[in-house]
Design a protein around this ligand. Structure first.
Ligand code: DGL
Length: 264
């Protein structure tokens, strides 16, 4: 194993930074390339075919270019739609990000769990399967909250966002029948933990927020256990979109140890 081979983290935008944060805690020495498909953001209102084509095409291109030791699809929408397909065509080990329904089902006392993700994620068979495998006997109230994605992106550009704007995006969850008994909410989009404080406030006291970042980081550490790591140059982030716009995220990336921003 080449010690400089990177771990490639992929998302439509900055959501994957929540996974990178957890990864840095368990594998601080691992060289990382963060890839954001900003030209395709947001995925949450795209069709399955469109998301699958983008994800498979981009990951194929990047795997060939950088020979990553592992790819993490740090995006629930991309993972629930395209994980199986990209695993079939790429030889690189791939870790996906799927809604943390299992830990939420283990934690809930009321048996009523909220599930917040993008609209595309909410309608996936993958989510139905997780619910029937791990949350049988519980009630899962789903809500597609696409509007949280631009709010999280804005926050990472240093823009002010209001608690009211976040509240509005979760109103459709809280108005569902039985929602007053929700005690656990799964943040099934990697962007959403970036708004954890506002979400906690909007959902009310006593509601636990669960996301998959720590579990994914542990899985990556397990799969790369024993491998040598060497970071020959600072980690970089690449975008499929406009580099000037991407640079407005410079401070956010720097706070996760990424100081080089480039165009893919
Ligand atoms: N971060 C992505 C996810 O985890 C979604 C953002 C988007 O809509 O592109 O689902």
């Amino acid at each position: 194993m080449d010690p400089t081979a990177p771990i490639l983290l992929f998302d439509s935008g900055v959501g994957g930074l929540t996974v990178l944060g957890a990864l840095r805690r368990v594998l601080p020495q691992a060289p990382v390339i963060y890839a954001a498909d900003m030209a395709g953001l947001p995925y949450g209102d795209k069709s399955e075919a469109e998301v699958a084509a983008r994800v498979a095409g981009l990951l194929g291109r990047m795997a060939e270019r950088w020979h990553p030791r592992l790819i993490c699809i740090a995006c629930n929408t991309a993972s629930t739609i395209a994980l199986g397909m990209v695993r079939d065509v790429l030889e690189t080990p791939i870790v996906g990000t799927v809604p943390a329904i299992k830990p939420a089902a283990e934690r809930t006392r009321s048996g009523i769990i909220g599930l917040l993700g993008t609209e595309a994620t909410m309608r996936q068979r993958y989510v139905d399967d997780l619910a029937s495998r791990f949350a049988a006997g519980k009630r899962l109230l789903r809500h597609g909250a696409n509007g949280l994605v631009p709010l999280a992106e804005a926050r990472m550009r240093g823009e002010a966002i209001t608690a009211e704007a976040v509240s509005r995006e979760v109103a459709g969850l809280l108005s569902q029948e039985g929602a007053e008994a929700i005690d656990t909410v799964v943040l099934a989009c990697t962007h959403f933990p970036l708004l954890a404080d506002e979400l906690a406030q909007a959902l009310g006291p006593g509601v636990a927020l669960i996301d998959g970042a720590e579990g994914i980081a542990r899985r990556i550490a397990h799969l790369t256990h024993g491998q040598p790591f060497h970071r020959p140059s600072p980690d970089r982030a690449v975008t499929t979109g406009d580099l000037g716009e991407f640079r407005t995220l410079g401070e956010a990336f720097a706070s996760y140890g990424i100081t080089r921003l480039e165009k893919l």
